[in-house]
Design a protein around this ligand. Structure first.
Ligand code: ADP
Ligand code: MG
Length: 380
């Protein structure tokens, strides 16, 4: 789950990470009321779940009171990277002497939790990472130490981001707090860009981004209110409601599988034979035919689909239930692509019998299915 900047900053403040105050408005009039109370100059910032808001015109400094309304109206009318702006954060404008990038995240490749830092932070960070990768610094920590980091050990890293020893110490202190926040909220990312030095020499988080592990949300009642349904993938939400795990990917082969492990193995096998999966989909155990119909509906929403591979290893899941679901889907939707089906396990015979005489292709092994799907999936 992604959360908004204003929400991340609420958490920052709870953990003692300095971040400017602010209030959220959904209308231009509300923004005016907040700015009047706060005093000018203010910055009005689009609250959407993407970066690069500044470059897209979603972050504006306003110095004159009579401009607040028109600027807020403009930002509230924006769509940034396909996301409509529905809320703005009104926050005091800060004098910026230096902008630094600092984040903590899970680096799966390195199998570690890592702080990433860059002394040249701000809106050009992606460009800097490309042109000067040596400027992007890393500091790995273990999960065991992350919730209670030792400031002294972080100081050498922080000193590479800030020349001033006081500011480096403040940044190291902030890293301790970021580590605690990261662990306690089951985050996969806590990012501050820019982490700035103001005209008084204070180190402050001027932007905040956080991602929380969805699988850990059950133990964070305090974060449930942060969920912004407007910003989530509707298909993935529908799938969750139906008890399916669905993640859209960018390939051409729709996958319908029972069991998360088998779904991963199916995607690997497709890749191995040169294909690319269009989605991860686990229909779960004890799939009733209705679930299969919903699964088909999700897969078929993707216009890039060229073929669907159904891979069912029947245990609790009965192959005849799946076959019934497939037939019901064929009746309900005009399925425009070939369907390749591998059904093995409980009630395999009954399942196959149901599919006999239809235009569906049945295969006896995953390998055979993946090879066929990859062939059709790669046709242009
Ligand atoms: P994004 O990363 O989505 O572009 P940021 O919050 O980082 O959005 O804002 C972009 C830039 O706008 C920052 O790098 C900073 O220079 C400036 N900025 C953001 N907030 C403020 C603020 N409160 N006061 C002054 N400048 C700001
Ligand atoms: Mg930013």
């Amino acid at each position: 789950m992604k959360i908004h900047e204003y929400q991340a900053k609420e958490l920052f403040r709870q953990y003692g990470i300095p971040a400017p105050d602010g209030a959220v408005a959904t209308t231009a009039d509300e923004a005016v009321a907040i700015a009047t109370k706060m005093g000018l100059p203010v910055v009005i910032k689009a609250q959407v779940h993407v970066g690069g808001r500044g470059k897209a015109g979603g972050v504006k400094v306003v110095t004159e009171k009579d401009q607040v309304k028109s600027v807020a109206e403009k930002i509230l009318a924006l769509t940034i990277k396909d996301l409509p702006v529905r809320k703005v954060l009104v926050t005091p404008a800060v004098v910026i002497k230096k902008e630094v990038y600092l984040s903590i995240l899970i680096d799966r490749g390195a199998r570690a939790i890592v702080f990433i830092g860059c002394a040249d932070g701000g809106v050009e960070i992606e460009e800097t990472a490309k042109t000067h990768p040596e400027k992007i610094l890393r500091h790995e920590v273990t999960a065991t130490e992350c919730a209670k980091l030792d400031k002294a050990k972080l100081l050498p890293f922080a000193s590479k981001l800030f020349d001033d020893p006081k500011q480096a110490a403040a940044a190291a202190d902030m890293m301790v707090k970021m580590g605690k926040l990261f662990m306690e909220k089951d985050a996969s990312l806590v990012e501050i860009n820019p982490l700035i030095v103001d005209d008084k020499g204070e180190v402050i988080a001027l932007d905040g981004k956080m991602m929380i592990d969805d699988n850990a949300l059950f133990r964070h009642d305090e974060l449930i209110g942060y969920r912004d349904m407007d910003s989530e993938d509707q298909d993935e939400l529908d799938a969750k409601d139906a008890g399916l795990s669905f993640i859209r990917l960018d390939g051409t082969i729709g996958c319908m599988v029972n069991g998360a492990g088998l779904a991963m193995a199916t995607m690997d096998t497709i890749k191995h034979f040169g294909g690319s999966p269009a989605n991860f989909l686990d229909v779960g155990g004890s799939s009733d035919p209705k679930k299969v119909v919903i699964a088909f509906k999700m897969i078929l929403k993707d216009p890039g689909i060229k073929v669907i591979l159904v891979n069912i290893f029947g245990g609790i899941t009965r192959c005849d239930d799946i076959a019934k679901g497939i037939l019901a889907s064929m009746q309900e939707f005009n399925v425009p692509v070939p369907i390749i089906i591998r059904l093995v396990g409980t009630n395999e015979k009954e399942g196959r019998a149901l599919l006999e005489g239809t235009a569906l292709t049945t295969v006896t092994s995953l390998e055979e299915g993946a090879v066929k799907a990859a062939k059709i999936g790669s046709l242009t």
